[in-house]
Design a protein around this ligand. Structure first.
Ligand SMILES: [Zn+2]
Length: 177
């Protein structure tokens, strides 16, 4: 026998005929708590600083910071400031905006492997950020030239920073000014 949960099952016809049920656009205001580590990271961005946390056991630096090292399963301890310079680890030419709309002019998005002080690389584990690249052409991605390219953050003017990841407008090639 089919087990039914209590209540009334909506048929799709009802879904579309009930006024306001499907096309209703809620006006929602909400607050999001970023947590201790992320909050300090976001505050840092507002000041033009990129902060991470170091694991006392293996020395890995997490940017954005994490409270726990996922390799050692222990709390990270010291705060570390990184310069923001790094190398492009992977990149892709994207024709889809963050709002999932098709774009005529593509954006280049990349994982940037940040240089972290005292950090010894082990395999693919590194302090890395996902962000847009400026002054890089789609052909640079298609040809693979972009991989390993040295980049630095381009900051928004101080009075425009809001304490979010877009306080960094993009990453651009070092010496490409
Ligand atoms: Zn660790």
């Amino acid at each position: 026998m089919e087990e039914r949960l209590p209540g009334h099952y909506l048929k799709s016809k009802e879904m579309y005929s009930l006024p306001g049920l499907v096309e209703y656009k809620p006006y929602l205001r909400y607050m999001f708590s970023a947590g201790q580590a992320q909050s300090k990271f976001l505050e840092g961005l507002k000041q033009g600083r990129i902060l991470g946390k170091r694991c006392p056991s293996c020395g890995r630096v997490y940017v954005p910071p994490r409270s726990y090292c996922e390799y050692c399963m222990r709390p990270t301890s010291d705060w570390v400031e990184v310069s923001g310079e790094g190398e492009v680890h992977t990149a892709v030419v994207s024709y889809i905006s963050t709002f999932r709309e098709r774009m005529e002019k593509p954006e280049i998005v990349a994982v940037i492997k940040l240089y972290a002080p005292g950090y010894t690389e082990k395999g693919y584990e590194f302090a890395g950020l996902f962000h847009k690249l400026c002054n890089v052409e789609p052909e640079d991605v298609e040809s693979g030239r972009v991989i390993g390219m040295r980049v630095k953050p381009r900051w928004r003017p101080e009075n425009e920073r809001r304490g979010d990841i877009n306080d960094i407008e993009c990453f651009e090639p070092v010496g490409g000014d």
